[in-house]
Design a binder for this molecule. Structure first.
Ligand code: ACO
Ligand code: PYR
Length: 521
């Protein structure tokens, strides 16, 4: 199918200009494969003349056997007062052997006089010769008109003349760049309409996020007739970033009705976004539109209640269309609807009086310092405990924790735990590296006899936070524990002015959650 809009991904080139990202060649190759499988039409791999890693990428990408995307090599127009055959940059670009070459050239007179330090005529010649050279070598040429909108504002006649030079030399698409990211959507639309009135070459758009308008500007460009959109996955890019393709693609396809990718591909968008974050070694941004884990999370009680009646009430699309899912967050802002939704997922009854009782408990505990929104394990355990027929897998009778400093022997920690499991009372003791480790070991020792399957359950993360720092060491602390068991991971919470008690609450919830879910997938 010929798309209405071609997607040109520059995650590997402009995306890698984000401070904090440094891809290896392997990373770039893996990302190229995923971008190709997702279905973007172009992948800009880097600047072959820039560094050995980019040069190696272009060499190795040839044997990847990409199925959909065309690989583009990026670089500038030739140096001033040079001929193409003598220009190292153009020669290196050509040697990269890609079907597409993207050349960026200057559109803004200020950039020509103050940065290139040459004449306006020479810049036009540089653009014309560079594009014509690549066309003569049979390449598809994407011409990136750097700072086009700043140039058009300052000297529209000259900015248009630079585009005309590229178009007449045979450029296949003229990409108007908001390089500094300061242009507003209506200025983008006006400029593109003016260019389209003058030139018939297809128009593309490349925007940056400096004024918070990168996505809006890309959409405005398409509204004005652009058919090629450049951006990056998760909006990674120089300074504050490039236009985020994870927003643009669903906006174009689901909200503007443009045909961009097959729907089945779009349903892999969330997976792709998280994969790119993983390879970039950045935490996935929870609040990204469409693909963030909070994008379809409902916290306010009014919202959750309405969502149960009609999912269109508080979300713009069905999250499955972009491979995401709806979540209900439980907190002090919940109403009965939040609990109903969660309990239905667990196959439990949490309506009527039970819901009221649980809501009161949650609001009361949050006032004491608990926070349930990132501790779904504790919420699930609480829901089970409210079921009239629930029998807890274990109940605490006593615990004792001793931390001693002995001269010559350092710090020693012991814990003693007494729990009831069914009719049995089990009493154990253990040493640990610290009080939480000793308690955990003693509790597991007690439970292991009856529940040997608990063995693979492991603490994955332990976070502690002081809630009211004015009270110094008397402050209430909140402990959040992440636990995992193979592929499953869950979080539980405890809070108390005593860090051991807060840890016990989070830890015992975590093990109770594990026992409730042992035989589920
Ligand atoms: C808007 C964008 O994102 S453009 C892409 C920006 N990305 C990067 O710069 C990353 C890769 N860059 C690099 O590895 C290096 O900058 C290189 C290898 C390309 C060049 O390194 P150097 O030769 O040391 O030059 P340096 O980076 O200091 O300066 C840039 C040069 O490019 C020239 N230049 C800039 N834009 C253009 C252009 N469109 N056409 C021709 N020459 C250009 C500048 O005039 C300057 O040359 P000069 O010093 O001879 O006047
Ligand atoms: C080409 C490019 O990256 C820019 O103008 O922002």
């Amino acid at each position: 199918m010929t798309p209405d809009v071609f997607i040109y991904d520059t995650t590997l080139r402009d995306g890698s200009q984000r401070e904090g990202i440094s891809y290896s060649v392997e990373d770039k190759l893996k990302l190229a494969q995923q971008l190709d499988a997702f279905g973007v039409h172009y992948i800009e791999g880097g600047w072959p003349g820039s560094n050995p890693k980019d040069a190696a990428f272009f060499e190795r990408v040839k044997s990847l056997g990409l199925k959909h995307a065309k690989i583009a090599a990026f670089g500038s127009t030739l140096r001033k007062n040079t001929e193409p055959q003598d220009d190292t940059n153009l020669q290196t670009l050509l040697a990269a052997g890609t079907p597409v070459i993207t050349l960026f050239g200057k559109s803004w007179d200020l950039q020509v006089t103050d940065v290139l330090v040459t004449t306006l005529e020479e810049n036009l010649a540089m653009i014309q010769k560079s594009v014509a050279f690549m066309k003569a070598h049979g390449r598809e040429v994407v011409y990136d008109a750097e700072h086009f909108f700043d140039g058009y504002r300052a000297n529209p006649g000259y900015a248009l003349a630079t585009l005309r030079a590229a178009a007449e030399a045979g450029a296949d698409v003229l990409v108007l760049c908001d390089t500094n990211g300061g242009t507003l959507p209506w200025e983008i639309e006006d400029a593109i309409r003016a260019v389209r009135a003058e030139l018939s070459t297809p128009i593309g758009i490349h925007t940056h996020e400096d004024s918070g308008c990168a996505v809006a500007n890309a959409l405005a460009a398409v509204r004005a007739g652009a058919v090629h959109v450049q951006g990056t996955i998760n909006g990674y890019g120089e300074r504050v970033g490039n236009a985020n393709l994870c927003s643009i693609i669903p906006d174009l396809q689901l909200r503007m009705g443009k045909s961009v990718l097959p729907p089945a591909n779009l349903a892999r968008l969330t997976e792709l976004s998280r994969y790119v974050a993983e390879v970039a070694n950045l935490p996935p941004e929870k609040h990204l539109p469409y693909v963030g884990s909070s994008a379809f999370a409902h916290k306010g009680g009014v919202h959750a209640a309405a969502m149960l009646r009609n999912p269109a009430s508080y979300q713009i699309i069905d999250p499955a269309l972009v491979g995401n899912q709806r979540r209900t967050v439980i907190s002090e802002l919940s109403g009965r609807g939040n609990l109903l939704e969660r309990s239905q997922k667990l196959g439990l009854d949490c309506s009527g009086e039970q819901a009221g009782e649980m809501l009161n408990q949650i609001k009361e505990l949050e006032a004491q310092g608990f926070s349930f929104e990132s501790a779904e394990g504790s919420v699930d355990v609480m829901m089970h405990r409210l079921q009239p027929t629930y029998e807890p897998p274990f109940e605490l009778i006593d615990f004792v924790v001793m931390v001693e400093h002995r001269q010559g022997r350092g710090i020693l920690t012991d814990a003693m735990v007494k729990v009831r499991v069914g009719e049995q009372v089990i009493h154990t003791a253990a040493e640990g590296m610290g009080p939480v480790s000793a308690l955990d070991t003693a509790l597991r020792k007690a439970l292991r006899e009856v529940y040997p399957d608990l063995d693979p359950v492991r603490l994955d993360d332990y976070k502690v936070r002081i809630l009211d720092s004015e009270t110094g060491t008397d402050a209430v602390v909140r402990v959040l524990i992440d636990t995992k068991d193979g592929a499953r991971r869950w979080s539980t919470v405890g809070a108390s002015p005593n860090i051991i008690e807060a840890s016990w609450r989070a830890m015992s919830d975590s093990l109770e959650y594990a026992l409730l879910n042992l035989n589920k997938n």
